[in-house]
Design a binder for this molecule. Structure first.
Ligand SMILES: Nc1ncnc2c1ncn2[C@@H]1O[C@H](COP(=O)(O)OP(=O)(O)OP(=O)(O)O)[C@@H](O)[C@H]1O
Length: 322
């Protein structure tokens, strides 16, 4: 359904060059739901804009919806849907009119556009909202309208840029359910960008992890998590004792990736819960009090941390501040 090789994009502004995407290979099979996960500024939107013909790559090639991206962008555009971050609905338009107009823009007859529009509205829980102005919809309804607009011409491949950013947790979960249903009902192939770990984990069949313009890992959520060996353990001690506690932790059976951050000691072990009694005894013997303790199964954030040395959450914060 989609194949990209060495796709790259460089931006030059005021004699400063940004390598936004540094050569990515992407393969997506028909019917798959693939997530493109990375922190802000990693290059997700730039890649998506290249794949949807909105931005010309500086290097590389791709076939998208089985059409050549560089020589047949019009063919690509006719076969794909793109639900952009800001959305496509104009605030002053009525929901029904907007759907019909979008359908007509894609060459549907008035009747076809209306039929398709109302089928999508029903599917996306927008029935009865035909006469409402887009600007009066809730955040979740607005996103669902954007999705309906992106699907009006029955594309085989749909791109979503951060579909749930800005929504509250309940609306996010609701939108995931809609995305799953659309896929089951229409059999569309979906490619979405996200910086939410839970979204990638729960929604996607396969994930590509991007950092600093490069794909750093790829696989099913489970396969990616299996790459991180063992449970993560984090204990809190008095800051003055952190180094000594880290030395004790490092002696535990199978302990690795031991590190300290102020009053916290972090490490990995094959089975987090079983080492705790031994750790407590050893700390006790050294006169160190354990103030807090947390054990967690590997998450996608651990995958990112293992691969890049940074947590996706920290990377996000740095990008937000920058
Ligand atoms: N038009 C542009 N001119 C100059 N630099 C750009 C331009 N567009 C993007 N960049 C830079 O390219 C890098 C990648 O940006 P991109 O928007 O693709 O990241 P992203 O992963 O989609 O992040 P976000 O989640 O914030 O959308 C960033 O450093 C960004 O500042």
């Amino acid at each position: 359904m989609m194949k990209a090789r060495g796709l790259a994009r460089r931006f030059t502004a005021r004699s400063r060059t940004v390598e936004a995407v540094r050569g990515v290979d992407i393969d997506v099979d028909a019917g798959e739901l693939v997530g493109f996960l990375g922190p802000n500024g990693a290059g997700k939107t730039t890649t998506l804009r290249m794949l949807t013909t909105l931005l010309r790559p500086t290097e590389g090639e791709a076939t998208v919806a089985d059409r050549d991206l560089l020589s047949d962008p019009v063919g690509v555009r006719a076969r794909i849907g793109y639900v952009a971050q800001g959305g496509g609905a104009s605030p002053e338009s009525r929901v029904g009119e907007e759907l019909e107009l979008q359908g007509r823009l894609y060459g549907l007859t008035k009747t076809q556009a209306r039929e398709r529009g109302s089928a999508l509205a029903e599917q996306l829980d927008l029935s009865g909202l035909d006469q409402r102005l887009a600007k009066t919809l809730s955040g979740g309804q607005r996103r669902r309208l954007d999705i309906a607009l992106g699907l009006i011409h029955q594309p085989r491949l749909v791109f979503f840029d951060e579909p749930t950013t800005g929504l509250d947790p309940q609306s996010r979960a609701n939108l995931w359910e809609h995305i799953r249903r659309l896929r089951a009902e229409y059999g569309v192939t979906l490619f979405l960008t996200t910086h939410y770990l839970d979204e990638a984990d729960s929604l996607c069949d396969r994930i590509l992890v991007i950092d600093d313009g490069r794909i750093v890992a790829e696989g099913t959520p489970d396969a990616l998590k299996a790459k991180v060996s063992g449970d993560g353990v984090e204990i809190g001690v008095e800051e003055a004792h952190a180094a000594a506690a880290a030395e004790i932790a490092a002696k535990l059976d199978g302990a690795h990736e031991v590190s300290t951050a102020q009053d916290l000691v972090r490490f990995r072990v094959p089975q987090g819960d079983t080492v705790l009694p031994e750790l407590l005894r050893a700390l006790d013997a050294a006169g160190i009090a354990m103030r807090s303790m947390r054990v967690h199964r590997p998450t996608l954030d651990d995958v990112f941390l293992t691969l890049t040395g940074r947590s996706l959450r920290d990377a996000e914060e740095v990008a937000n501040v920058a």
